[in-house]
Design a protein around this ligand. Structure first.
Ligand code: NAD
Ligand code: MG
Length: 384
């Protein structure tokens, strides 16, 4: 039986790499649903090639074009944001790959879990915004949430066979991004194009900026807390610029397990889709004889203050991670449009976290409200 995959965010970096994995394993996977925000051309191309049951184009202005282009096929075409939840409620798929970027991925993922569908989770913002609600629902529905993020996939892989052995701590590795070793006097002048050049990974624009500011690692600390049910003290970050060790788990006897390999998102994507199986592939292999060295250093949270803000959000909990995420999404959006500077992003996030009222145990509705409130406040700070 082939696993029927629903790819939410199929036109993005994770989505297109997932389709490469599916194309290489036609006996194991088939495509059931594809969704895109604006990119109608790529969505059409993907639909013609993979013949899914349904596609969603969120941008309603593009509906007629997509419908026309797929008129000679059996592909069902939907448009608009609410269609994402409608198709997530379908019974005809076996696994959702949650690869939409940002807060927009939250609702369809919740719908999949409510629908009892396993989720391969790339969209870390979902757990940053409402991790307790999402994981609580997954436990209640007995739905597996399998990480795709490389660090969390590494931890997940290290934990196989260790269900009786508690975690002492996890060590998330960070590449340090393109500005590793730089100080604020340099960062103040950094422009969009420069920040978009990540040394080790090719990714969507939002996560690439998050990697340059180290917010990505902050989001990942919170993601890890919820995925692996950890206390904040159990989450440590170390900078490892070569991105060969993808993360580590330390057990209660002090033993540390690491998962390693060349930086290539196709591996964690494939692992999550095929779990619990490992399937052969021809991705390039890491060669210890050719590796010059693997190095480690502590993150510079005085320069990369986003990581300090995220650590604060991790410890305080409640709706603070949600507020931080909303401000960050908007700040990154503004930076990508040259509306604010690199260091301004941190100031916007910090001020928004101070301003929006703290709720210790929010409901889903309260998380959604906090997101809106934080976005409004951050927008006013940036005069957007
Ligand atoms: P991307 O920008 O390349 O792609 C995003 C996808 O989401 C696209 O298909 C786009 O059409 C869709 N989308 C964007 N906004 C939307 C909206 N408002 N409503 C509906 N759909 C929308 O992003 P990406 O790099 O593929 O990242 C996707 C997610 O995976 C992010 O949460 C990111 O943090 C996470 N992730 C990515 C990588 C990576 O290597 N790219 C690694 C780890 C985790
Ligand atoms: Mg990651």
């Amino acid at each position: 039986m082939k696993k029927r995959i629903a790819i939410f965010g199929s036109t993005g970096s994770i989505g297109t790499q997932a389709l490469d994995v599916i194309e290489s394993n036609p006996d194991k996977f088939e495509v059931e649903i594809l969704t895109a925000h604006h990119n109608d051309e790529l969505l059409i191309q993907q639909a013609l090639k993979f013949k899914p049951n349904a596609v969603v184009i969120v941008d309603e202005k593009k509906y007629a074009g997509v419908k026309n282009a797929l008129a000679s096929t059996d592909v069902k075409v939907f448009a608009g944001e609410s269609s994402l939840e409608d198709v997530a409620a379908f019974d005809t798929y076996d696994l959702m790959l949650a690869a939409i970027v940002g807060f927009a991925g939250l609702r369809p993922t919740i719908k999949a879990i409510e629908n009892g569908k396993p989720v391969a989770l790339a969209n870390k913002e979902t757990l940053v915004v409402a991790g307790d609600v999402v994981m609580g629902m997954a436990v209640e529905k007995r739905v597996p949430v399998i990480p795709v993020d490389s660090e969390h996939s590494a931890i997940f892989q290290c934990l196989v066979g260790e269900s009786r052995n508690p975690i002492e701590r996890i060590i998330l590795t960070a590449s340090g991004g393109p500005f590793l070793g730089r100080k604020p006097n340099y960062l103040v002048n950094v422009k969009r194009e420069h920040a978009l050049q990540h040394p080790n990974w090719s990714m969507g624009t939002k996560i690439t900026i998050d990697s340059a500011t180290l917010m990505n690692k902050g989001l990942e600390m919170i993601e890890a807390k919820w995925l692996f049910n950890l206390e904040p003290e159990q989450v440590q970050v170390v900078v490892h610029p070569q991105s060969i060790i993808h993360s580590m788990v330390q057990f209660q006897d002090g033993s540390i397990k690491a998962q390693m390999g060349l930086p290539d998102m196709k591996l964690p994507i494939q692992y999550a889709m095929a779990f619990p199986q490992r399937i052969p592939n021809s991705f390039p292999r890491f060669d210890f004889n050719k590796a010059s060295q693997l190095t480690f250093e502590a993150p510079d949270t005085k320069t990369f203050r986003n990581l300090a803000l995220a650590t604060d959000a991790l410890y305080k909990g409640g709706n603070l991670p949600c507020i931080m995420n909303a401000a960050n999404e908007l700040a990154v959006w503004a930076f990508l449009r040259n509306r604010i500077g690199f260091l301004d992003m941190t100031n916007v996030i910090e001020k928004t976290m101070e301003r929006v009222s703290f709720i210790e145990k929010p409901t889903l509705e309260e998380y959604l409200d906090s997101d809106g409130e934080a976005r409004n406040y951050a927008a006013s700070l940036m005069q957007l």
